[in-house]
Design a protein around this ligand. Structure first.
Ligand SMILES: Cc1ncc(COP(=O)(O)O)c(C=O)c1O
Ligand SMILES: N[C@@H](CCCC[NH3+])C(=O)O
Length: 427
């Protein structure tokens, strides 16, 4: 169910007209629906419960990179969520938001010593190690701290996630994880390192997946490896299948979260039963987009309408620095006029003020709009604000969470003068 819908000709977030948010906080502003966030998280949590999992045998580690606003993290932490992080900065955010470090997993190919120290000092749940040199570095850093680092290897199962090449991560040619063929040897090495404790296995094959078949194929490969490891006396206590479930941007038909988890747990249960394995295995998920993507929109105001021979442009006050996905992946985001008007539509490219031809948010859209109107750029809750920048010395957008008819400013708009306050002239 969409939590952004028209009432009396005005687009609302839950029960609140977006016009009121613009009036109070200006534009551009990211607007998130609390109910949508909870519903999307609930799809994972309920499916786990339905298949007999509790908080010991399943853990949803929300992928912080998709939307790292503290209020969003806090809402999810209160639901019991864990977190998938990719930097020390993200760990600090999780802690600031009240997240439990013992439910944090740390992914990423380039973890620094400093980041390892930080994560070890907070006793995170697991490091998803992505290479042999990283494993050795982690062993050294853990030794310095007199600790044992819990690890899983991020295994690259070499399955085609059938998504945009920039967000596909599970193929041999991608930089992520260790090759499936090398994993066994690296696990053997890990098992022999004094400051490493092998606890799990991990993969993440890509993002915006519409079909779960590649995920189930990856699962089968992980299961095969777990069995091999077990025969060698290396016990795996958790299996992390990553994130990746897609959302509707346009006409896509992504697999329902509940159906995917159902198929996944069924396979896992069958495998455990066949092995007569009573030792519990915890299943971890790292969803990002499917929790926040359609829980947010980017609210922007039309500054000018420019009519040309070849094209009409709606120049808005949001730009590629606010929402990078169209420029970076030619991603499609729906656009809706906040106030519906009578009369006919014209075709516009919706563009921002940044000095780049790639600065567009949507192309060739039929819109019935005038200067000063508000537009909602849809499905912008994931990889929107987190990928924003200050290019052209533009302050980042504000962020608001709507709860029923109430609006909460959860991050104020950045003022341009704040952006260079730390800079120094040469003496
Ligand atoms: C390691 C890892 N985990 C989780 C995610 C979250 O993926 P998604 O937002 O597609 O669920 C990503 C991003 O693709 C990732 O790189
Ligand atoms: N930033 C990407 C997703 C990247 C996923 C990170 N591994 C997007 O907007 O679709």
């Amino acid at each position: 169910m969409s939590h952004f819908s028209y009432r009396n000709g005005v687009l609302c977030a839950e029960n609140l007209p977006l016009t009121e948010i613009a009036q109070r906080f200006g534009t551009p502003t990211y607007v998130y629906s609390k109910a949508a966030l909870l519903e999307n998280y609930g799809a994972y949590a309920n499916a786990c419960k339905k298949h007999g999992r509790d908080d010991k045998t399943a853990l949803i580690c929300y992928s912080v990179k998709s939307n790292s606003n503290l209020a969003v993290l806090n809402l999810l932490a209160k639901q019991g969520s864990g977190f998938d992080i990719v930097s020390g900065g993200e760990l600090l955010r999780v802690l600031a938001a009240g997240g439990d470090p013992r439910k944090v997993i740390f992914s990423g190919v380039g973890k620094s010593r400093e980041e390892m120290r930080l994560a070890l000092s907070h006793d995170i749940l697991c490091f998803n190690v992505e290479s042999l040199p990283e494993l050795h570095r982690l062993n050294e850093v853990a030794a310095e701290l007199g600790k044992q680092a819990p690890i899983s290897l991020r295994v690259n199962p070499n399955v085609d996630a059938k998504t945009h090449p920039y967000i596909s991560t599970g193929l041999k040619e991608n930089k992520f994880g260790v090759a499936f063929e090398e994993a066994l040897d690296i696990y053997r090495t890990a098992a022999g390192l004094p400051h490493i404790r092998v606890t799990g296995i991990d993969c993440h094959i890509g993002s915006q997946l519409l079909d779960d078949a590649p995920l189930l194929e990856a699962l089968d490969k992980l299961i095969e490896l777990i069995d091999t490891l077990s025969n060698e006396g290396i016990a795996i206590h958790h299996l992390d299948i990553g994130g990746g479930i897609g959302i509707v941007y346009d006409q896509e038909l992504p697999v329902a979260v509940g159906d995917y988890l159902g198929r996944l747990f069924t396979r896992i249960d069958a495998w455990r039963a066949a092995r007569h394995d009573k030792a519990p295995i915890t299943i971890l998920f790292e969803p990002g987009r499917s929790i926040v993507g359609n829980a947010g929109i980017l609210l922007t105001e039309v500054q000018y309408l420019k009519h040309g021979d070849a094209k009409n442009f709606a120049i808005v006050d949001a730009a590629m620095n606010d929402l990078m996905r169209p420029a970076m992946y030619e991603a499609w985001h729906g656009v809706q006029a906040v106030r519906q008007r009578d009369g006919s539509a014209s075709t516009y490219d919706v563009v921002g003020p940044v000095c780049e031809s790639g600065d567009w948010l949507a192309r060739e859209r039929a819109l019935n709009i005038a200067q000063g109107d508000l537009l909602a750029i849809l499905s912008a809750g994931a990889y929107g604000m987190t990928m924003s920048s200050n290019y052209n010395t533009r302050g980042r957008a504000a962020e608001v969470i709507v709860d029923g008819a109430a609006m909460h400013l959860v991050r104020p708009r950045e003022l341009p003068e704040q952006l260079f306050a730390q800079e120094k002239l040469l003496a």
